[in-house]
Design a protein around this ligand. Sequence first.
Ligand code: NI
Length: 186
Amino acid sequence: MAILKIAKMGHPVLRQRAEPVSDPTDPRIARLVGDMEDTMADAGGVGLAAPQVHVPLRVIMFFVPAERTEDGQGVPLTVLVNPEITVLTDETATTFEGCLSLPGLTGAVPRATRIRYTGVTPTGERIEREASGFHARVVQHECDHLDGMLYPMRMADLTTFGFVDSMRAPPPPAPQREDAAAPVSG
Ligand code: NI
């Protein structure tokens, strides 16, 4: 197992369409997935797609922390080879996303709120699930990587795009004269 270098926005591997994997149970895929797991854990991400580690194949992985699911159950680490998405609703939600290929940046991205997705695991098991909320969002984000799409390309309002450490809430207004005795923070 190894920690791989993560491609950053601008690298051509992130813009190309990744190739389908002919045999998901090929041991080389298992090795790639092991390295991707190490890389994702090291970088502190919740998802990673093979093109992000300079491998243009249709392989993604993700997990959903318990606090990000409505039922509080979370979704365990899931690896999908050749994933496919079907959007189940016209409804979208717009929420801030980040990406390991755009370190330090964030932006508000509209995504379908409910999807069905399928794929095959490296052990040959076929997965088919319905997902909503953050779960649906992370799967759409990772699958986009397989088609050369990064989240800024999905953004409807680029004024929400920026560096996380510059986007903290503005400080509260200074107190009025009659409140001048109140403590002022900062
Ligand atoms: Ni990403």
